[in-house]
Design a protein around this ligand. Sequence first.
Ligand code: GLV
Length: 308
Amino acid sequence: MSILYRSDAPRAAAWVRYFAEHAPDLDFRVWPDAGDLAEVEYLIAWQAPAEFIARLPRLKVFFSSGAGVDHVDFSALPGHVPIVRMVEPGIINGMVEYVSLAVLALHRDFFDYMAAKAARIWDPLEVPPASARTIGVMGMGALGCAVLERLASYGFNLRGWNRSPREIEGVESFAGPDQLQPFLAGCDVLICLLPLTAATRGILNRELFSLLPAGAALINVGRGPHLVDADLLEALDSGRLSRAILDVTEPEPLPADHPFWAHPRVFLTPHVASMTQPESAAPILLENVRRHQRGEPLADVIDRCRGY
Ligand code: GLV
């Protein structure tokens, strides 16, 4: 029984250690030291290039090494091979930390104070309570729900928007295209945690920004192509939006001449909001392999038609 890991090389050793200790019966291999590819039944990878997948005739399950699967070429994977996304506590905690930090930095005016410090200006702003702000999360999946739960602990007003209805205690929920407008109308801070699909590509655009309260802020931790860059710049420059915190861009890395770099109200990080942590991901992936071996349904299988 062979598993091949073909992803982030620096973290491979931790995966190898975990499997050696907890699943010595499984032959865990790390690319490029992969042995006979015809023996590989499980693949852990970020991408599925067709010419590589064609060399794995006995592949049974494709495990994405990340939470998103938008970069995976589904057509390269035979229909009988389930595609499993990465849902694990490490990736969830990372996202919760990043988004909490971003929301609190906006709430407590840290970006204004950074500018004020640079200009040596001592100018205390009002300090409204968290309950005076409404934070909206687009995408109420595993990450979105965990983020909402943590933000609730600070006392923010919370709302969520999802393709299909989701109920979370203490969160005002909106679903589907018809409820997007009322959802947006109340968001002081909008967080994008949507999967990237044909339906969500370019969703953060001029029209959407026009439906937010004037002066709202955007946090994009989804994917770069969710955002129409020119529309964001226009919304920031006209004052419709106050700030944007972006962890993802299109393309990545962002070219050095892109206007986001120099924009005073865009804060950028290089796609680091959250990462798979081998220590917490390996046990979950192993449990899924065991399920498969026992003939039980796998957890976190994506729906190829839906795209996530
Ligand atoms: C990172 O962006 C991931 O999808 O895990």
